[in-house]
Design a protein around this ligand. Structure first.
Ligand SMILES: Cc1cc2nc3c(=O)[nH]c(=O)nc-3n(C[C@H](O)[C@H](O)[C@H](O)COP(=O)(O)OP(=O)(O)OC[C@H]3O[C@@H](n4cnc5c(N)ncnc54)[C@H](O)[C@@H]3O)c2cc1C
Ligand SMILES: *[C@@H]1O[C@H](CO)[C@@H](O)[C@H](O)[C@H]1NC(C)=O
Ligand SMILES: *[C@@H]1O[C@H](CO)[C@@H](O)[C@H](O)[C@H]1NC(C)=O
Ligand SMILES: *[C@@H]1O[C@H](CO)[C@@H](O)[C@H](O)[C@H]1NC(C)=O
Ligand SMILES: *[C@@H]1O[C@H](CO)[C@@H](O)[C@H](O)[C@H]1NC(C)=O
Ligand SMILES: *[C@@H]1O[C@H](CO)[C@@H](O)[C@H](O)[C@H]1NC(C)=O
Ligand SMILES: *[C@@H]1O[C@H](CO)[C@@H](O)[C@H](O)[C@H]1NC(C)=O
Ligand SMILES: *[C@@H]1O[C@H](CO)[C@@H](O)[C@H](O)[C@H]1NC(C)=O
Ligand SMILES: *[C@@H]1O[C@H](CO)[C@@H](O)[C@H](O)[C@H]1NC(C)=O
Length: 635
């Protein structure tokens, strides 16, 4: 009798496999404690206390309509800022914002420096390695650009933060959060500044800059309570794609991360979901997260993983950056490397003629489902030529992970024979690489940046748009009409449908799971356009062009990390039926709205009262007048 092992005992013994102990980076071990705060003079305690350490009798709230801004009576004094600097890992960690292009204006003008800066302005590193610059400067308000790029007339702070903490440890982050919350100062988080909607900027704010948190640690055999056993990597919040891929490659591993070289993988990218050249095989980057370390809105440093703070763990995997706290590191699964084949080709209607050009382009999209079912990822640029009459189609690249050149040719063969039958000449450049890193490095060019005259929007096109001839026709026609109206399109043929090896029970937009195409459109306006001209263009774009895309994809959505700042019904669009749960978690962890970013979960109660009438970060962050901050969750 006793030889039978009751099943509950068996389960218990399986659970007893020792799991990975919480491993903290040295920078995560330097923390603020309640005891330390309590030891400070009372005046300083008010600045740095954890939220639960102070019992404010919420006195006079009539002047709390807006977060305090420079010039307001209750904006922290110079003395308070100096006290903050003294508590940080080093006093130089507190940076008072000086826009880079201040060398082009006023009393700080220096022509040599300004010319030099202008030359490197379109290089993304110029902005990423700066404490306050963002890659979509229109959302900063364009108040200090090099004049030959955009005439700002003078240099003012606009939507740049007032102060930045160049975070070197968890202590710095806790102090920043506590200081901003206790003093009713707007808080923002900047990592690389890649966000399409300017979410890493904010006028009159204290910004926490996570770019310096670069630690990387591999585990050959990570054991997680969720059942995972295998390779994993823990990376600091500041680690960028090029750094993570390089480190993984040295271990013969790959991780699911972005195509862009400089994207901050453990910041906004993974918290917003994260699509990858590996997504048609592995799903979204967020599907592969094992755990986060995070400083919460009350100032606490804790873990969110499959056994601790599981609601936060769920929300941080797709719920969006800048919402639930400052993540300091993320641990993700890693996989064995494999060969990759990549191909590139292009068509130009000036050479082909328009009919053949559209036929060649459509022939590719007709294969959208077959491509992703074979595990591939394509990055396609379609743009009007400067002459306004012709168009280009650029495949750069068609990326086939875990495929030889021979296998890739087989995948592309039906498309190539279609081109042949249409009598369209083509010359693809097909290259086989031994591993992912070499392929990624060679095939994805460094992104440019700094556009001052374009609005972008995006849409996830589901499989059902491509599984009938009628669906393929209307879908391609919508893309074609966008080009014919003078707008450019970047399209990703990718399907993160299955989280192979990962866990899709997370906050990732459900629209991603049925998508086979993520397409982004861009609409330009003249660089010197007035505010009302810009608004007219934007309305035509958001409610015209993009509405046509929405009309043919009912119930789908848009990728929050690459979206229109004016996206209508963004709660449904970015999170579908997961929004209500995300909002509840936001209210549980951040009842005071310490974290706020435009179109982020729970952001409905506040608005930037912009000074120039344009949608941007150039204005005070204020409560929405006369409405309750509790929004109606999406159905
Ligand atoms: C050139 C380019 C290429 C891109 N390629 C891809 C791609 O291949 N796949 C893809 O999915 N997306 C891609 N994106 C979009 C990218 O995912 C988003 O821009 C994303 O927000 C970048 O995150 P970040 O931390 O680098 O940027 P940031 O702009 O610094 O931050 C974005 C948001 O996250 C918040 N945030 C940043 N760090 C933290 C943190 N540690 N804790 C809490 N909140 C934080 C910020 O407050 C902000 O709200 C690309 C964007 C660009 C401009
Ligand atoms: C999850 O977090 C808890 C609390 O920090 C920690 O003890 C545990 O080891 C973590 N689990 C994993 C697998 O990291
Ligand atoms: C509350 O603050 C406002 C604005 O600072 C001020 O005008 C008002 O007198 C204060 N009320 C009380 C009761 O202190
Ligand atoms: C010119 O710009 C480069 C970066 O592009 C910088 O390293 C260098 O210091 C600058 N020189 C001057 C004189 O400003
Ligand atoms: C890679 O290809 C091999 C051989 O075709 C296959 O066994 C393996 O499952 C593939 N790996 C992934 C992650 O698709
Ligand atoms: C083919 O592509 C590879 C990788 O981008 C590049 O190095 C090579 O020069 C290309 N060859 C041709 C003929 O364009
Ligand atoms: C799709 O478009 C082609 C080319 O315009 C046309 O011949 C065909 O009839 C269309 N099919 C459907 C089902 O709409
Ligand atoms: C689009 O239309 C809606 C409804 O009329 C309006 O509220 C919104 O402001 C418009 N969006 C833009 C960008 O103009
Ligand atoms: C809200 O009301 C204040 C004062 O009444 C006004 O100055 C502000 O412009 C209003 N904000 C919005 C967004 O309507």
């Amino acid at each position: 009798m006793a030889r039978f092992f009751p099943s509950f005992l068996l389960a218990a013994s399986l659970l007893a496999v020792p799991s990975q102990a919480r491993m903290l980076f040295p920078f995560e071990q330097r923390q603020l404690t309640r005891e330390y705060v309590a030891s400070l003079p009372e005046e300083d305690q008010l600045l740095f206390a954890f939220d639960d350490q102070l019992s404010f009798t919420e006195a006079n709230t009539t002047d709390k309509r807006c977060r305090y801004a420079p010039g307001d009576g209750k904006w922290p004094s110079d003395k308070a800022w100096t006290k903050l600097a003294k508590q940080l890992s080093s006093t130089s960690a507190l940076i008072q914002t000086v826009p880079q292009a201040s060398v082009c204006y006023g009393t700080t003008k220096d022509d040599t420096k300004c010319q030099n800066l202008t030359k490197s302005w379109s290089n993304s590193y110029t902005h990423i390695d700066d404490p306050t610059e963002v890659l979509s400067p229109i959302y900063q308000g364009l108040t200090c650009q090099p004049p030959s790029i955009y005439d700002s007339k003078s240099c003012t702070l606009g939507g740049y933060p007032s102060y930045v903490i160049n975070a070197k440890d968890v202590l710095d982050i806790q102090l920043g959060i506590n200081f901003a919350r206790n003093d009713y100062v707007r808080l923002v988080v900047k990592n690389t500044g890649h966000d399409f909607a300017g979410k890493s900027a904010g006028a009159g704010s204290l910004s926490i800059w996570t770019h310096g948190l670069k630690d990387i640690q591999f585990f050959d055999n990570y054991v997680d309570e969720s059942g995972y056993k295998g390779p994993a990597v823990k990376a600091g919040a500041g680690v960028q794609a090029f750094e993570l891929y390089k480190a993984a490659n040295a271990k013969g591993l790959v991780v699911v991360a972005g195509e862009g070289q400089t994207v901050g993988i453990m910041g906004g990218y993974i918290q917003g979901g994260g699509h990858s050249p590996l997504s048609s095989l592995y799903g979204m980057a967020a599907d592969h997260v094992l755990g986060f370390e995070i400083v919460t809105p009350i100032g606490e440093f804790l873990s969110a993983n499959s056994t601790s703070n599981t609601d936060l763990f769920w929300a941080l995997r797709g719920g969006g950056g800048g919402t639930y706290g400052v993540v300091t590191s993320v641990t993700v699964k890693a996989y064995k490397d494999f060969p990759v084949t990549a191909a590139s080709w292009s068509f130009d209607s000036a050479k082909l003629g328009l009919d053949k050009f559209w036929a060649a382009s459509k022939a590719f999209f007709d294969r959208a489902i077959d491509n992703v079912d074979a595990g591939t990822y394509s990055y396609i640029i379609m743009a009007p030529n400067p002459n306004g009459k012709d168009y280009a189609f650029i495949m750069q690249p068609f990326f086939a992970p875990n495929k030889t050149a021979k296998e890739t040719n087989t995948i592309l063969a039906p498309y190539f024979s279609r081109l042949t039958s249409l009598n369209i000449p083509f010359s693809p450049n097909i290259t086989e690489y031994k591993g992912f890193y070499a392929a990624w490095q060679a095939e994805f060019p460094l992104e440019g940046t700094g556009d001052v005259q374009t609005a972008v929007g995006s849409r996830l096109f589901p499989r059902s748009n491509f599984n009938s001839e009628y669906g393929r026709n209307i879908t391609f026609n919508a893309l074609r009409q966008t080009l014919e109206a003078g707008q450019s399109v970047i399209a990703f043929n990718v399907a993160p449908t299955l989280a192979r090896g990962g866990n899709p029970d997370n906050a990732v937009n459900p629209a991603w799971r049925t998508a086979v195409l993520h397409a982004i459109a861009g609409r330009r306006w003249p660089v010197a356009a007035s505010a009302s001209e810009i608004l007219a263009v934007r309305t035509a774009f958001t409610n015209g062009t993009m509405q046509k895309w929405r009309d043919i994809t009912p119930g789908s959505g848009s990728y929050l990390n690459e979206a229109d700042r004016l996206e209508p019904n963004w709660q449904q669009s970015f999170w579908g039926n997961k929004y209500a749960k995300l909002l509840q978690i936001k209210q549980d962890w951040d009842a005071k709205d310490v974290f706020w970013a435009v179109n982020s979960v729970g952001s409905e109660g506040w608005v930037v009262e912009n000074v120039d009438g344009l949608p941007n970060e150039n204005g005070k962050l204020c409560k929405v007048n006369g409405t309750s901050p509790t929004p109606t969750p999406a159905p």
